[in-house]
Design a protein around this ligand. Structure first.
Ligand code: ADP
Length: 434
């Protein structure tokens, strides 16, 4: 039985998957849970666990309570290092939630006001770098990027020392790039010097993958790390060096896939429109869900399932509400955008459940919100992260409360992700991975 080495708390669902994906690619078998599992005795077989919360923009007190519950559960699983994951654009307000959650986790791990951790949202591969404590998005400061106008967490200051100091009770310091570039021992020395000066939280510069790896090495043994998903690439090497994590293990291997195959698509983004078209042009079976028919009271769910049942044995089927923007606007003008979205999400998630009842065990879902609705309807509790189909979209093996003992393979593709042939490619990859 493997005890997890790393226990992560992510402040949103897609951020959790992003982190899990990085950990798998860096060699750790990773399981993502949806919220804190209610069964305290349930044990997870993995090198890393990522608990996905939805705490980014809720009240700071609630975010703190949820994060502490996640911490306690991860500790009960045996996690040796805790990783608090937030967005690479540091999405937060002066009230939180990054500062209050960091304070609460440090208090719990070290005692009130004690302890030391880092802040580092850098992920150079995704155009997020930190230099002299300032966060850059591509070539511009965070405060000059689109994040300036974010509806919930407008980021109008790129100086992370200042931004973090407004949110935390602890003193904030900086590990500048001139130190980071000298490597792990210099970084560790600077951590010690800052601690001696009473600093509890250090913003760390990083502009390249080499920086992330050096920082990762300096973080060995630190009880709490707070970061975006980038820092994760430097942590597995610490346990490989100590012999606790196998080198070159196939961290992305999943149980063998079985059953029928289906795609459920509620995304109307350009990429998804092209993927739906490509699938249909290959002559594969596809059923269009009409939001106006749902609103008119037709039993679209039953229609889709009756259509799909005799086709499943022949290969993947597609059920889609995906439409071009003019069609979406026409529907929204009649039903209202929110109601249209909700009707479609409900119908597609009931269709997904119906498909699994018909024997589908390999399911691709397109659309971020749609994925959330489907995951909830399927009663997903845990997902083991497997091979990547396209950047940011891995196959996962899911355990569900509704089908205990069954393995269901699910790929959740949000909006503009994936190549045009994504739907067929996904199933081919799963076959090849077996
Ligand atoms: P994406 O990841 O591409 O943004 P989402 O699933 O997050 O996709 O969002 C798409 C939203 O559009 C969902 O709420 C979905 O229910 C809704 N939707 C899907 N098809 C239609 C349609 N034909 N008309 C109106 N709304 C739709």
């Amino acid at each position: 039985m493997t005890r997890p080495l790393l226990g992560c708390i992510a402040d949103d669902f897609t951020g959790a998957t992003d982190l899990a994906n990085n950990l798998v690619r860096a060699g750790m078998r990773t399981v993502q849970t949806i919220g804190v599992p209610d069964d305290a005795t349930a044990s997870v077989e993995a090198d890393a666990i990522v608990v996905a919360l939805k705490s980014r923009t809720i009240a700071p007190a609630d975010a703190t309570v949820q994060s502490l519950a996640a911490l306690r559960w991860l500790q009960s699983q045996g996690a040796r290092q805790i990783y608090f994951k937030y967005c690479s654009t540091f999405d937060s307000t002066p009230q939180g939630n990054i500062g209050p959650v960091t304070d609460a986790l440090l208090d719990a791990l070290h005692g009130p006001g004690q302890g030391f951790t880092i802040v580092c949202p850098a992920f150079p591969e995704n155009q997020r770098t930190v230099f002299k404590g300032h966060l850059f998005v591509g070539d511009v400061l965070l405060s000059d990027s689109g994040m300036r106008q974010h509806p919930l967490t407008p980021m109008t200051d790129a100086n992370l020392v200042r931004v973090m100091q407004a949110q935390t009770r602890r003193k904030v310091g900086l590990v500048a790039h001139e130190v980071v570039s000298r490597g792990a021992p210099a970084i560790a020395q600077r951590f010690a010097a800052l601690r001696a000066q009473g600093v509890g939280v250090a913003v760390v510069d990083a502009v390249s993958n080499a920086d992330l790896l050096a920082i990762g090495s300096a973080l060995a043994g630190m009880p709490l790390v707070t970061a975006g998903s980038g820092i994760a690439i430097g942590l597995p090497a610490n346990w490989q060096a100590s012999g606790e994590l196998a080198m070159g293990a196939h961290a992305d291997s999943l149980p063998q896939a079985s059953g029928w195959r289906a795609v459920v698509s509620g995304s109307c983004s350009q990429a998804t429109n092209a993927q739906v078209l490509h699938f249909r042009q290959q002559g594969r079976p596809a059923f269009a869900v009409d939001p106006l028919a749902i609103a008119a009271g037709e039993d679209v769910v039953a229609q889709a399932l009756t259509w799909a049942a005799p086709l499943l044995a022949q290969g993947p089927v597609l059920v889609y509400a995906t439409a071009e923007s003019s069609a979406v606007q026409a529907v929204q003008a009649k039903l209202g955008a929110e109601r249209a979205g909700e009707l479609v999400e409900q119908a597609l998630s009931r269709i997904a459940v119906g498909l699994v009842n018909l024997g589908v065990r390999q399911l691709v879902v397109a659309g971020g919100e749609t994925s959330g609705a489907v995951v909830q309807a399927l009663g997903v509790r845990q997902m083991a992260i497997g091979p990547q189909i396209d950047p940011g979209v891995p196959w996962t093996a899911v355990q569900s409360a509704t089908w205990p003992g069954e393995t269901l393979h699910v790929a959740l593709k949000s909006g503009n992700f994936g190549s045009t042939d994504f739907f067929s490619k996904a199933f081919t990859l799963l076959e090849a991975a077996a």
